[in-house]
Design a protein around this ligand. Structure first.
Ligand code: B1M
Length: 227
């Protein structure tokens, strides 16, 4: 049977956890039989099924065809599917390429995107400390000091919380922490222009580009701009 990512995407839209989870398991098996590595299979399912499902949810919400309760139910299904892919995407035996503290800025409760970014960074050899959504500048800075991070990821999904990325960078600057760590920003409304404006060290539109950016920044450890 060929892989049909739409089954997963539709199950996310329908908030049908059992169907989504079964389809993820089945697709992993089929792609494996087709000779794809476990890691590539997980990436294909993440992009073709899970993120595609959340894209449909976004569109339906914009069109006011669904409301917050439905979005929350779909987010729960997404989470259940990510639990299956996480161990595959995060498996790595290499010494860490860099130490990342990532979270969603204060006032912002969206965490699906930054969880995906975290998984992809871990899977590509970074040590990742995910401090979750609604994280204040102090929380970011405390974690950075605790784990000696050299990279920070600030996620923002709302135009109203984007300024908190700037506030967080200012707080790092005032605390002298920008010497230690490069700051990456991302999230649906964030652009490279915005990143430049708030003096971030780099911007990434999605998880795959965040991995590229993180690699660039650690290679460059002079913390050169990678916008
Ligand atoms: Co929210 N929400 N939401 N929401 N929500 C948006 C963001 C919105 C665009 C929907 C819309 O109206 N079209 C809109 C924002 C409008 C704006 O600001 N311009 C919106 C709104 C308005 C709100 C509320 C204010 C609604 C209300 O209460 N009236 C409220 C705010 C709550 C708060 O945060 N204080 C709210 C609440 C919620 C839920 C709780 C219901 C739920 C979140 C559940 C959760 O995260 N656990 C939710 C959801 C799910 C969405 C949408 C539909 C989907 C977001 C998502 O998970 N996308 C979203 C619509 C949209 O974004 N178009 C929307 C899938 C995810 C894989 O993509 O998060 O973009 P994304 O992450 C990507 C990239 O952006 C990037 O990589 C990820 C993977 O490729 N990336 C980074 C993300 N973070 C990064 C960090 C990096 C690098 C890359 O660091 C280096």
């Amino acid at each position: 049977m060929p892989v049909d990512y739409d089954v997963i995407a539709n199950a996310i839209v329908e908030a049908d956890t059992d169907t989504a989870v079964d389809a993820v398991k089945a697709d992993l098996e089929i792609l494996g039989q087709e000779g794809l590595s476990e890691l590539d299979s997980a990436k294909a399912i993440l992009n073709g099924g899970l993120i595609a499902g959340m894209d449909i949810i976004s569109e339906l919400w914009v069109q006011e065809k669904i409301f917050i309760p439905e979005v929350l139910l779909s987010a729960k299904v997404m989470h259940a599917c990510m639990n299956l892919l996480r161990p595959i995407l995060e498996a790595s035996n290499e010494p860490p390429r860099g130490i990342v503290v990532i979270g969603t800025v204060k006032g912002d409760l969206h965490d699906i995107g930054q969880n995906i970014v975290s998984m992809m960074l871990r899977g590509n050899g970074f040590e990742v400390h995910n401090i979750g959504p609604n994280s204040s500048p102090e929380k970011f800075m405390d974690k950075c000091r605790e784990v000696n991070a050299n990279l920070v990821g600030l996620s923002a999904l709302l135009t109203t919380t984007m300024p908190m990325q700037r506030e967080t960078i200012k707080a790092f600057d005032e605390a002298g922490l920008l010497e230690e760590a490069a700051i990456m920003v991302g999230g649906a409304p964030v652009t490279s222009d915005w990143a430049e404006k708030i003096d971030a060290d780099g911007y990434a539109p999605d998880a795959a580009h965040t991995v590229k950016l993180a690699n660039l920044l650690v290679e460059d450890l002079g913390v050169e701009a990678a916008l």
